[in-house]
Write a protein that binds this ligand. Structure first.
Ligand code: AVJ
Length: 339
């Protein structure tokens, strides 16, 4: 059953995919322009490729492989925290019957939250927001597992999706796991927090996963693993440009670089040209020159100290209700409320 509906002057396709599961997909999502963003980034003095482009089908598969690596502690630490704080959750979330998740993926982490909330509520409403159609698959799977979960999946950009949910009657918890917040620089990070805050009512909560500053060796190994999966994840960007923009990047002529920039508290990933070379992108008729040793920046992954977290919270008008950390203090879950 499909319906077209209009909310805030945007059109959505609404389809029911089960007794307790509805999907809402934007019919005019704000589309990324791969060709022009890549051309722009590769013609700057300091070349870069936006990190959101890692996640084509191949890149998404490689990212899942990264999450399973011993060296990539982030996923494991975040799960460790969620499972450890389960018994405490009701203390903070007992009145909240709605969960909004940004970038929900497979919703594995959120399961801990559902189990806890369902102890105090006969049913819980779940609104996963993701730009990818994965939302449908994972929603269907969740439905089988949690019969008391009422799912409304939203396939759209985070901000647009959040706008739809701004005025929910229920008290809601917005969650953003995975430390993707680290991809924002400080200005964009603040803007993001402000946009979240703008979609919250007085008693709503925001739960954010953030990776913390730690031993440089631990950080660098997480982004330069011994199996070379992260290297392939990084190089996949060039393969994607070759496939989608008719490029002739020779992947062998690039080195994967990942290092911690201690001034900026961030991991930087780059693709460094091993030789002086020229690359042509037929699809956009663009010739690119690279010097030997010149690099293309592909990702910033910012790491935070608790001090910094407190600072950005107060700058964006949030109050911190609670900070949870894993035993090693590698990762943090921060619970924010509006003041
Ligand atoms: C998905 C942005 C959180 O920054 O750790 C993993 C992406 N890059 N390995 C991160 C990533 C290289 C990841 N985030």
């Amino acid at each position: 059953m499909k319906d077209t509906i209009s909310i805030n002057s945007n059109s959505y396709e609404k389809k029911s995919v089960g007794p307790n599961c509805v999907l809402i997909k934007s019919l005019n999502p704000q589309q990324d322009d791969f060709a022009s963003e890549i051309s722009f980034g590769l013609t700057r003095k300091k070349k870069f490729i936006p990190s959101k482009y890692f996640y084509d089908a191949n890149g998404s598969r490689l990212f899942e492989e990264i999450c399973d690596l011993d060296e990539y502690y982030l996923t494991k630490k975040e799960l460790e925290i969620l499972s450890a704080i389960k018994s405490e959750m009701p203390k903070y979330f007992s009145q909240h019957g709605s969960v909004v998740e940004l970038g929900s993926g497979s919703s594995i982490k959120t399961r801990h939250l559902f189990e806890s909330l369902l102890e105090n509520h006969s049913h819980v409403k779940y609104y996963p927001i993701d730009i990818s159609d994965i939302v449908q698959e994972s929603s269907e799977r969740l439905q089988d597992e949690f019969t008391n979960l009422h799912i409304t999946g939203i396939i759209d950009q985070y901000e647009a999706g959040l706008q739809l949910l701004k005025n929910l009657d229920d008290k809601k918890i917005i969650v953003f796991f995975g430390s993707s917040f680290g991809n924002f620089d400080h200005i964009a990070g603040l803007e993001f927090l402000n946009s979240i805050r703008n979609c919250m009512k007085k008693d709503d909560l925001f739960l954010l996963g953030i990776d913390l500053v730690k031993d440089v060796r631990v950080l660098e190994k997480a982004y330069d693993d011994s199996k070379g999966v992260t290297k392939n994840f990084n190089l996949n960007l060039l393969a994607r440009i070759n496939a989608e923009l008719g490029g002739n990047f020779n992947l062998e002529k690039f080195e994967h670089r990942a290092f911690f920039n201690a001034q900026e508290n961030r991991i930087e990933m780059h693709l460094e040209s091993k030789v002086r070379q020229q690359v042509y992108l037929e699809g956009v008729d663009l010739q690119i020159k690279l010097e030997k040793g010149e690099s293309i920046r592909t990702e910033y992954s910012h790491k935070y100290t608790l001090r910094q977290i407190k600072k950005i919270a107060s700058k964006s008008g949030f109050k911190i209700n609670k900070i949870w950390q894993d035993k090693q203090k590698y990762f943090a879950l921060i619970l924010f409320s509006t003041r």
